[in-house]
Design a protein around this ligand. Structure first.
Ligand code: SF4
Length: 428
C-alpha cells in the first residue's frame, strides 16, 4: 500500500454521478445523511434536507416505503439543494416509482429485495434513466442463504451478497453502481470493506450501521470510517447515529476535514486540556468561543489555551488563538502575539480578530499587530513563571515522592510536566 504521509494513497475507483455530485474516480469524498421525517411530509422533509445540506451533507437519502413517499419524492426532488437517494427495502415497485419521481440514485438492500427478475427490472429501468444504484448490503439483513452458507454475517458473506447483486445488474448491462457492506460491529465492517475493495473498482459508500447515540455512535462510526479512509478505501461516507441527522452530516464533514480529505468549510476549534498552569476556565471559554465563532461560520482553526506561558507556543499551528492568564488574554496569530486584552473581553477580541483575519488574511493582520503587545506578553509570561515556577503541576514533587516510596536515592533533575516551558510544543 503506497502511502502519502500517514494516509494511504486513495484506491482508484470508477466514477459515478449522483445527480450533479461525482462519487469515486478521485472526486472529493462526499458526506451523506438520511432524513427521519415521513417522506410524504414534503415540507417537513425539505426543511430537514436543507438543514442537512447546510451542515455538510452533499447527498441526502429519503425512505421510499410507500406510494405516498414516492409522490412526496416527486415534489421534493426539484426543490432539494442536494441530490436525493431513495431507500428501497422490500418492494421493487417503490424503486420504479422513485425513478419516476426523478431521484438521483436508488439504494437497494439485496437482503430484502431478493427476486432476480425484480432486481433486473429495477436495474434495467435505472439504466434507461441514467440513474445509479447503491447496493446496500447490511450484516443485519443478509440474505438467509448466505447466512447459512457462511454460518453468520462474515466479511465473505457480505462481499458475496454485493457480488451476487452486481451479477444481476450486469445481466442487463447496468454498471452504474456504488456499494456498501455495513455492519454495526466495527471490526466486521472494516474487514468487509477491505475485502470488497480487493474485488471491485466500484465506488464504496462507507458506514457503521446502527452505531447508536453519540458519543458511542460517533466513536464507532469514526473508528470504522476513519480506519478505512486512512487506508485509502472509501468514496462517500455516512454516520448512522441515533440522533438528529444534522449530527451525522456534521460528523461526516468534520471527519473528512480532520483527515485533510476535504477543505475546511467551518470552524475547527482546538483547546488545551487544561492543567495546573491554567488561570482561566478553559472548558467554559472554549464553549463560549465555539458558539460565537460557529454563529459567524468562521472557517479557521482557532485555539483556546489555558495559559499564556505555553498556550501560544503549543498552538502555533492554529490560525488564531487566545491564551489566558493574570486577568489578561494574549491573542495570537500563528503563534505570534498581536494583542493583549482584559480577561473579560477575550472571546469578543478573539471573534473580532477572527473575522478580520478571514477578510484581510494573515500577513495583513500580523502587520496590524499592536505595538508593544509582544513585549507586554513576554513580561506577563515571565511574571507567571516567577509565581508558578517551572513545574506548575508539581510533578517533580510527585516523582520524588514515588522514588522515596521505592527507596530510590536522590532524584536527578527531571523534565517539568506543566508544559513545554522551554518552548517545546507539548500537548496533553
Ligand atoms: S500548559 Fe498547556 S495544557 Fe496547561 S494550561 Fe497552559 S496551554 Fe493549557
Amino acid at each position: 500500500m503506497k502511502s502519502t504521509g500517514t494516509m494511504a494513497e486513495r484506491r482508484k475507483t470508477r466514477q459515478i454521478m449522483v445527480g450533479n455530485v461525482p462519487v469515486g474516480g478521485g472526486a472529493p469524498i462526499t458526506v451523506q445523511s438520511m432524513t427521519t421525517t415521513k417522506t410524504a411530509d414534503v415540507d417537513g422533509t425539505l426543511a430537514q434536507i436543507y438543514a442537512l445540506a447546510s451542515s455538510g451533507a452533499d447527498i441526502v437519502r429519503c425512505t421510499c416505503n410507500e406510494p405516498e413517499a414516492a409522490e412526496g419524492l416527486a415534489r421534493i426532488v426539484p426543490r432539494s439543494p442536494v441530490p436525493i437517494v431513495a431507500d428501497i427495502h422490500f418492494h421493487y415497485e417503490r424503486a420504479l416509482e422513485a425513478l419516476e419521481a426523478g431521484v438521483a440514485c436508488l439504494r437497494l438492500n439485496p437482503g430484502n429485495l431478493r427476486k432476480p427478475e425484480e432486481i433486473r427490472l429495477v436495474a434495467s429501468e435505472a439504466k434507461d434513466r441514467g440513474v445509479p444504484i447503491r447496493i446496500g448490503v447490511n450484516a443485519g439483513s443478509l440474505h438467509p442463504d448466505l447466512y447459512k452458507k457462511y454460518g453468520g454475517a462474515t466479511p465473505e458473506a457480505l462481499v458475496e451478497s454485493a457480488q451476487m447483486e452486481l451479477a444481476y445488474f450486469e445481466e442487463v448491462g447496468f454498471e452504474d453502481v456504488k456499494i456498501s457492506v455495513k455492519a454495526s460491529n466495527v471490526p466486521l465492517m472494516i474487514e468487509s470493506y477491505r475485502q470488497l475493495s480487493e474485488v471491485t473498482d466500484h465506488p464504496l459508500h462507507l458506514g457503521v450501521t446502527e452505531a447508536g447515540p453519540p458519543p458511542a455512535g460517533l466513536i464507532k462510526g469514526t473508528a470504522g470510517i476513519g480506519t478505512l479512509l486512512a487506508e485509502g478505501i472509501g468514496d462517500t461516507i455516512r454516520y448512522s447515529l441515533t440522533a438528529d441527522p444534522v449530527e451525522e452530516a456534521r460528523a461526516g464533514r468534520q471527519l473528512l476535514e480532520a483527515m485533510g480529505l476535504r477543505e475546511r468549510k467551518g470552524l475547527d476549534l482546538i483547546a488545551c486540556p487544561s492543567c495546573g498552569r491554567a488561570e482561566i476556565d478553559v472548558i467554559g471559554l472554549a464553549a463560549e468561543a465555539q458558539v460565537a465563532l460557529e454563529a459567524r461560520n468562521i472557517p479557521l482553526q482557532v485555539a483556546v489555551m489555558g495559559c499564556v506561558v505555553n498556550g501560544p507556543g503549543e498552538a502555533r499551528e492554529a490560525d488564531i488563538g487566545i491564551g489566558g492568564g493574570r486577568q489578561k488574554g494574549h491573542l495570537f496569530i500563528k503563534g505570534k502575539i498581536v494583542r493583549v486584552v482584559p480577561e473579560d473581553q477575550m472571546v469578543q477580541a478573539l471573534v473580532d480578530e477572527a473575522e478580520k483575519l478571514v477578510a484581510e488574511g494573515i500577513e495583513a493582520r500580523l502587520a496590524a499587530a499592536d505595538a508593544g503587545a509582544a513585549r507586554e506578553a513576554a513580561a506577563d509570561r515571565a511574571a507567571l513563571l516567577d509565581v508558578q515556577g517551572s513545574d506548575a503541576n508539581h510533578s517533580g514533587e510527585r516523582v520524588e515522592g514515588i522514588r522515596r516510596r521505592l527507596g530510590v536515592g536522590e532524584t536527578p533533575p527531571t523534565v517539568v510536566s506543566g508544559g513545554a516551558d522551554d518552548g517545546t510544543p507539548r500537548s496533553g
